[in-house]
Design a protein around this ligand. Structure first.
Ligand SMILES: [Zn+2]
Length: 315
């Protein structure tokens, strides 16, 4: 062993390690329709509420070619690590399509409330029994502690948050909000049809405090009357929030109510956002308030609509 070369090799290794640690990473968030969202982070693809068939056209449906691409595993859906279902309402979940997806994708994991999994079991064939080995049932009720799960590079936390309208409407619906982290750096929160009252989130304060989110995907009513903004700022603390579940009519921007126009909304199936994450950033200490309203100067730094030419001039 050459005595002189060892120190320089050490330095080289150190430099390589440092460079890797500083490298930025990106998540791309693609809108499928309604509350359906795909998250692409490096080699990992996650889908939230991707398979549904609404009863009417008030909410947008996933375009047929996108639905088929997801089920058949064509570009960019070849490898789907995990699918998350918030609750069993027809504009969020279709058991037959989900069975097709899970049959085609032989390693994909599914996280769903019991009501949704029961509906899949009820129509599944005996030859589909193996699928359910990859299904995690979230059998939670109001007040239960969140369920924490780790599979490979994906950390999943499922919180029972009652459906919007609680306690008068849909009180029997198991609605799960998911906080999912990929590779310890990319955290996405999907709320399903969560009711925008702080008390539902305050009871899980200890868990929310453990990490901030990169992207929050609240139903658009979180930006309206109620506690939605406060919930985002106090408990979820995301870098960015994108409202989902907007009525299909909002594709025409003139139909978006005045009070929602300051906020980022997904309205066009297929549109995307890219979140750049600075890996080297140390975990931020808890901050009371994070900017939820879209602010152009921050928008340009962190958050770039794909193809908009707004590519970050990050400093
Ligand atoms: Zn619902």
């Amino acid at each position: 062993m050459h005595p002189v070369k060892m120190p320089s090799l050490h330095i080289l290794l150190l430099l390589l390690t440092t460079t890797t640690a500083l490298a930025d990473t990106e998540s791309r968030i693609q809108y499928l329709a309604n509350e359906g969202v795909a998250v692409f982070h490096e080699q990992t693809t996650l889908l939230f509420d991707p398979m549904f068939r609404p009863a009417d056209t008030y909410y947008a449906s996933v375009p047929e070619e996108t639905r088929e691409a997801i089920i058949n595993g064509s570009d960019p859906f070849e490898e789907i690590a995990a699918v998350f279902v918030s609750h069993y309402h027809h504009d969020h979940f279709d058991p037959a399509d989900m069975l097709r997806l899970m049959t085609q994708h032989e390693t994909t994991r599914l996280y769903a409330p019991k009501q949704a999994v029961d509906a899949m079991r009820a129509i599944s064939g005996s030859d589909q029994a193996d699928i359910f080995k990859r299904v995690t049932v979230l059998d939670l009720s109001y007040g239960d502690e969140p369920k924490l799960m780790q599979t490979g590079n994906i950390e999943v936390e499922g919180f029972f948050i009652p459906h919007s309208g609680w306690p008068n409407r849909h009180a029997d619906v198991e609605n799960i909000a998911f906080r999912v982290t990929i590779d310890d750096v990319a955290t996405v929160v999907h709320f399903g049809d969560a009711d925008a009252q702080s008390e539902h989130f305050a009871r899980h304060l200890r868990h929310w405090e453990e990490k901030e989110a990169g992207v929050a995907l609240p139903p658009y009513w979180f930006f309206g009357p109620g506690d939605g903004i406060d919930i985002l700022e106090t408990y979820i603390r995301p870098l960015r929030s994108i409202g989902i579940h907007a009525p299909a009519s909002y594709r025409n921007k003139e139909n978006i109510p005045e009070e929602l126009r300051d906020f980022d909304l997904f309205t066009d199936p297929g549109e995307s956002r890219v979140l750049r994450i600075h890996r080297a950033e140390p975990a931020r200490p808890r901050q009371g308030c994070r900017p939820i309203r879209r602010r152009p100067e921050r928008f340009a730094l962190h958050w770039n609509p794909v193809g908009s030419g707004l590519r970050a001039h990050a400093r």
